[in-house]
Design a protein around this ligand. Structure first.
Ligand SMILES: Cc1ncc(COP(=O)(O)O)c(C=O)c1O
Length: 360
């Protein structure tokens, strides 16, 4: 018999996290050949990982019987060099940036606190916050998915602990202007978390703001541009005072020996990174020109497509039958029922996507 009474009250009402569909899901449902399936639902890198990261994994395979360094110092130093931000402001996190979100929520949130979330956006902020007792306050983005700063500031109360800002935003791909982030940070005692999971594809980032501000945090990941989603590794750039507190509660050894080796090698392979970015930029142009629906502009490795008057659910199901996995955004709060997020793939994949959408 399930013993639901053991589960914390605040968790009972949380909706399940909805991940992008996996290749295995589609093989099982539609009986397709795994090699024929195009996976463009989770914003992974269509070029795969850097060959240097794969080599580093193999070279370090013998070392996996030994615990990694507890604070991932070698990786932190490599991130510091890559970002030009002092190591004192950096924490490496696992699993992925999700691990960082979880750690921060555990660090600052207790029952009765509030977090502000600008919807539609990445859903794990809400899960991490609510699991620790927070109430979520939604501030809906404008029609073009920009944030109305005055509306956001009006949603802040003395109980607000974290304001989550995703830039470029998942699923819309637009960035938040730096002056807006500064205005929000200056107007609140809460932490302002800027999720830069897709920042390598964007024109600008805000990491440089962190060392001069005591409440701005930037989250990053190796899952997207670096092509290491399976290694589950991210990092946070945060004020020194907060890093010291965070390290008290971070799960020890949360970045594995293997992930660290791959991450350090990936950071050193700027050529692979640039190739990945170029592919996304070219593919974006192609998809914007060729898809027969409204495509929003993006600074990420995905495009948001509005298939109205069709339903996103129906269109994604049609595409799945053809072996193309894209993301139906209906489960994102305030996204409506006609938005689909498509990861920008290789030229060949993009052509197949355009054909499939056009057939519909
Ligand atoms: C905006 C955003 N933030 C965070 C994450 C989580 O990244 P990670 O794979 O590092 O946990 C994702 C993953 O899809 C994302 O889209």
């Amino acid at each position: 018999m399930p013993r639901y009474e053991l589960i914390k009250d605040e968790i009972a009402s949380i909706a399940k996290y909805v991940p992008g569909k996996s290749i295995e899901d589609i093989v099982q449902t539609y009986g397709l050949e795994p090699s024929s399936i195009i996976k463009l639902g989770s914003n992974e890198n269509p070029l795969g990982p850097s060959p240097k990261a794969v080599e580093a994994l193999i070279e370090n395979a013998q070392g996996i019987s030994i615990y990694p360094s507890a604070d991932a110092r070698e990786l932190v130093d490599a991130i510091s060099e890559y970002t030009d931000i002092p190591a004192a402001n950096i924490v490496a996190s696992g699993p992925g940036m999700d691990g960082l979100l979880d750690g921060l929520a555990r660090l600052v949130i207790t029952n009765g606190d509030e977090v502000v979330i600008t919807t539609p956006t990445f859903s794990y902020y809400e899960i991490a916050a609510r699991a620790n007792g927070a109430t979520t306050v939604y501030v809906q983005r404008e029609k073009d998915f920009s944030i109305n700063v005055d509306k956001l500031l009006a949603a802040i109360t003395p109980n607000t602990k974290i304001i989550f800002l995703c830039s470029p935003n998942n699923p819309s791909g637009n960035v938040i202007p730096e002056e807006d982030i500064l205005k929000i940070a200056a107007a609140t005692d809460a932490l302002v978390f800027v999720d830069e999971a897709y920042v390598e594809f964007a024109e600008k980032n805000v990491a440089h703001l962190v060392p001069q501000h005591d409440n701005i945090i930037v989250g990053r990941t190796f899952s997207k541009a670096f092509g290491l989603a399976g290694m589950r590794m991210g990092y946070g750039i945060m004020p020194e005072w907060l890093r010291e507190e965070y390290m008290k509660i971070a799960t020890p050894f949360n970045v594995s020996t293997a992930a660290m080796a791959a991450g350090i090698a990936a950071l050193s392979d700027i050529e692979h990174l640039n190739k990945s970015i170029e592919l996304a930029v070219k593919g974006k142009k192609f998809l914007q020109e060729e898809l027969p629906f409204k495509v929003y502009d993006t600074q990420a490795n995905f495009v948001l497509v509005d298939v109205a008057p069709h339903k996103a659910r129906d269109v994604t199901n049609e595409l799945l039958k053809k072996g193309i996995i894209v993301r139906d955004c209906t489960s994102f709060a305030h996204a409506g029922v006609s938005l689909i997020r498509v990861t920008i793939g290789t030229r060949e994949q993009n052509e197949k996507v355009v054909k499939a959408f056009s057939d519909i």
